[in-house]
Ligand binder design. Structure first.
Ligand code: FES
Length: 180
Protein backbone atom coordinates (compact mmCIF):
# COMPACT_ATOMS: atom_id res chain seq x y z
CA UNK A 1 0.00 0.00 0.00
CA UNK A 2 2.73 2.42 1.07
CA UNK A 3 4.77 1.32 -1.94
CA UNK A 4 1.90 1.97 -4.39
CA UNK A 5 1.27 5.45 -2.90
CA UNK A 6 4.96 6.20 -3.35
CA UNK A 7 4.85 4.99 -6.96
CA UNK A 8 1.77 7.10 -7.68
CA UNK A 9 3.51 10.14 -6.24
CA UNK A 10 6.61 9.59 -8.27
CA UNK A 11 4.53 9.04 -11.45
CA UNK A 12 2.71 12.33 -10.68
CA UNK A 13 6.00 14.06 -10.15
CA UNK A 14 7.49 12.90 -13.43
CA UNK A 15 4.29 13.89 -15.27
CA UNK A 16 4.53 17.36 -13.70
CA UNK A 17 8.17 17.64 -14.73
CA UNK A 18 7.26 16.64 -18.28
CA UNK A 19 4.67 19.43 -18.42
CA UNK A 20 7.26 21.84 -17.01
CA UNK A 21 9.80 20.72 -19.63
CA UNK A 22 7.33 21.70 -22.34
CA UNK A 23 6.54 25.07 -20.78
CA UNK A 24 10.20 25.81 -20.12
CA UNK A 25 11.04 24.96 -23.74
CA UNK A 26 8.63 27.70 -24.84
CA UNK A 27 10.68 30.30 -22.95
CA UNK A 28 14.10 31.62 -24.00
CA UNK A 29 16.78 29.09 -23.03
CA UNK A 30 19.03 31.92 -21.81
CA UNK A 31 16.71 32.43 -18.85
CA UNK A 32 17.59 29.03 -17.48
CA UNK A 33 21.16 28.77 -18.73
CA UNK A 34 21.95 32.04 -16.98
CA UNK A 35 22.93 32.53 -13.39
CA UNK A 36 19.77 31.61 -11.48
CA UNK A 37 19.40 35.01 -9.87
CA UNK A 38 19.64 37.23 -12.89
CA UNK A 39 17.16 36.29 -15.53
CA UNK A 40 13.79 36.35 -13.77
CA UNK A 41 13.13 32.69 -14.61
CA UNK A 42 10.87 32.12 -11.56
CA UNK A 43 8.55 34.96 -12.52
CA UNK A 44 8.41 34.03 -16.18
CA UNK A 45 8.07 30.27 -15.71
CA UNK A 46 5.33 30.63 -13.10
CA UNK A 47 3.54 33.20 -15.28
CA UNK A 48 3.68 30.80 -18.23
CA UNK A 49 2.28 27.98 -16.06
CA UNK A 50 -0.58 30.12 -14.81
CA UNK A 51 -1.36 31.45 -18.27
CA UNK A 52 -1.72 27.84 -19.45
CA UNK A 53 -4.13 27.15 -16.60
CA UNK A 54 -1.89 24.99 -14.39
CA UNK A 55 -2.86 25.28 -10.74
CA UNK A 56 0.20 25.85 -8.59
CA UNK A 57 -0.56 23.22 -5.98
CA UNK A 58 0.11 19.61 -5.03
CA UNK A 59 2.54 17.65 -7.17
CA UNK A 60 2.81 20.41 -9.76
CA UNK A 61 3.78 22.93 -7.06
CA UNK A 62 6.38 20.52 -5.69
CA UNK A 63 7.88 20.00 -9.15
CA UNK A 64 7.93 23.74 -9.82
CA UNK A 65 9.57 24.48 -6.46
CA UNK A 66 12.17 21.79 -7.12
CA UNK A 67 12.91 23.12 -10.57
CA UNK A 68 13.28 26.68 -9.35
CA UNK A 69 15.11 25.63 -6.17
CA UNK A 70 12.68 27.71 -4.13
CA UNK A 71 10.50 26.90 -1.12
CA UNK A 72 6.93 26.02 -2.09
CA UNK A 73 5.55 29.00 -0.17
CA UNK A 74 7.72 31.35 -2.23
CA UNK A 75 6.41 29.80 -5.46
CA UNK A 76 2.83 30.29 -4.21
CA UNK A 77 3.58 33.98 -3.60
CA UNK A 78 5.00 34.36 -7.09
CA UNK A 79 1.92 32.62 -8.54
CA UNK A 80 -0.35 35.03 -6.63
CA UNK A 81 1.62 37.96 -8.06
CA UNK A 82 1.29 36.54 -11.60
CA UNK A 83 -2.44 35.94 -11.10
CA UNK A 84 -2.85 39.55 -9.98
CA UNK A 85 -1.07 40.83 -13.07
CA UNK A 86 -3.19 38.64 -15.33
CA UNK A 87 -6.51 39.23 -13.60
CA UNK A 88 -6.72 42.99 -13.67
CA UNK A 89 -5.74 45.56 -16.22
CA UNK A 90 -4.06 47.97 -13.83
CA UNK A 91 -0.82 49.34 -15.26
CA UNK A 92 2.37 47.45 -14.51
CA UNK A 93 5.27 49.53 -13.23
CA UNK A 94 8.70 48.66 -14.58
CA UNK A 95 11.86 50.02 -13.01
CA UNK A 96 14.34 51.38 -15.52
CA UNK A 97 16.66 52.85 -12.90
CA UNK A 98 20.42 52.50 -13.17
CA UNK A 99 20.83 49.40 -11.02
CA UNK A 100 17.92 47.54 -12.53
CA UNK A 101 19.12 48.44 -16.02
CA UNK A 102 22.62 47.18 -15.22
CA UNK A 103 21.05 43.85 -14.31
CA UNK A 104 19.22 43.55 -17.62
CA UNK A 105 15.84 44.95 -16.66
CA UNK A 106 15.10 45.62 -20.30
CA UNK A 107 15.44 41.93 -21.20
CA UNK A 108 13.19 40.88 -18.33
CA UNK A 109 10.58 43.48 -19.29
CA UNK A 110 10.67 42.27 -22.90
CA UNK A 111 10.02 38.65 -21.88
CA UNK A 112 7.28 39.68 -19.47
CA UNK A 113 5.55 41.80 -22.11
CA UNK A 114 5.80 38.94 -24.61
CA UNK A 115 4.11 36.52 -22.24
CA UNK A 116 1.34 38.96 -21.29
CA UNK A 117 0.73 39.78 -24.95
CA UNK A 118 -0.34 36.20 -25.55
CA UNK A 119 -3.13 36.60 -22.98
CA UNK A 120 -5.04 39.54 -24.33
CA UNK A 121 -4.98 43.21 -25.26
CA UNK A 122 -1.80 45.25 -24.93
CA UNK A 123 -1.16 46.25 -21.33
CA UNK A 124 -0.25 49.62 -20.00
CA UNK A 125 3.25 49.98 -18.55
CA UNK A 126 4.75 52.77 -16.50
CA UNK A 127 8.49 53.11 -16.50
CA UNK A 128 10.02 54.63 -13.38
CA UNK A 129 13.47 55.47 -12.05
CA UNK A 130 13.42 53.42 -8.89
CA UNK A 131 11.22 51.20 -6.74
CA UNK A 132 13.59 51.20 -3.76
CA UNK A 133 14.62 47.59 -4.35
CA UNK A 134 17.91 48.41 -6.09
CA UNK A 135 20.02 45.95 -4.14
CA UNK A 136 18.17 43.02 -5.68
CA UNK A 137 16.41 44.48 -8.73
CA UNK A 138 15.31 44.40 -11.57
CA UNK A 139 11.97 45.25 -10.00
CA UNK A 140 8.45 45.07 -11.37
CA UNK A 141 5.49 46.45 -9.41
CA UNK A 142 1.79 45.66 -9.62
CA UNK A 143 -0.62 46.95 -6.99
CA UNK A 144 1.36 47.09 -3.78
CA UNK A 145 3.54 44.11 -4.64
CA UNK A 146 6.97 44.11 -6.20
CA UNK A 147 8.75 41.27 -7.95
CA UNK A 148 12.45 41.61 -7.07
CA UNK A 149 14.46 39.54 -9.52
CA UNK A 150 17.75 38.81 -7.76
CA UNK A 151 16.00 38.19 -4.45
CA UNK A 152 13.78 35.75 -6.39
CA UNK A 153 10.76 36.86 -4.43
CA UNK A 154 7.73 39.12 -4.24
CA UNK A 155 7.75 41.77 -1.54
CA UNK A 156 5.09 44.12 -0.31
CA UNK A 157 5.60 47.78 -1.00
CA UNK A 158 5.29 49.41 2.39
CA UNK A 159 6.91 52.75 1.66
CA UNK A 160 5.49 55.78 3.37
CA UNK A 161 4.93 57.60 0.08
CA UNK A 162 2.13 55.22 -0.74
CA UNK A 163 0.12 56.84 2.06
CA UNK A 164 0.82 60.33 0.79
CA UNK A 165 -0.87 60.17 -2.56
CA UNK A 166 2.41 60.22 -4.47
CA UNK A 167 4.31 57.57 -6.38
CA UNK A 168 7.54 56.63 -8.11
CA UNK A 169 8.94 59.29 -10.42
CA UNK A 170 8.10 58.64 -14.05
CA UNK A 171 10.95 58.50 -16.57
CA UNK A 172 9.27 61.27 -18.51
CA UNK A 173 8.94 63.57 -15.50
CA UNK A 174 11.76 66.10 -15.79
CA UNK A 175 10.48 68.44 -13.10
CA UNK A 176 12.75 69.28 -10.20
CA UNK A 177 11.84 69.26 -6.51
CA UNK A 178 10.61 72.67 -5.42
CA UNK A 179 13.25 74.39 -3.26
CA UNK A 180 12.11 75.93 0.04
S1 FES B 1 16.98 51.10 -9.68
FE1 FES B 1 15.33 49.67 -9.80
S2 FES B 1 14.67 49.46 -7.79
FE2 FES B 1 16.11 51.04 -7.68
Amino acid sequence: MVRSTFMERSRGSSAAHEVLDGIQASLPAELFADSRDEGGAPLLLVAACRSQGHAVEGTFLAALAERLALPAQRVIEIAAFCDGIMADQEAITLCRGVTCSLHRAETLHGHLKDSLRTLGPEREYHEVFCLSQCEFGPSVMHGNRIWVTRARRVVEDGRAWRDEDSGPVSLTDTSRPVAD
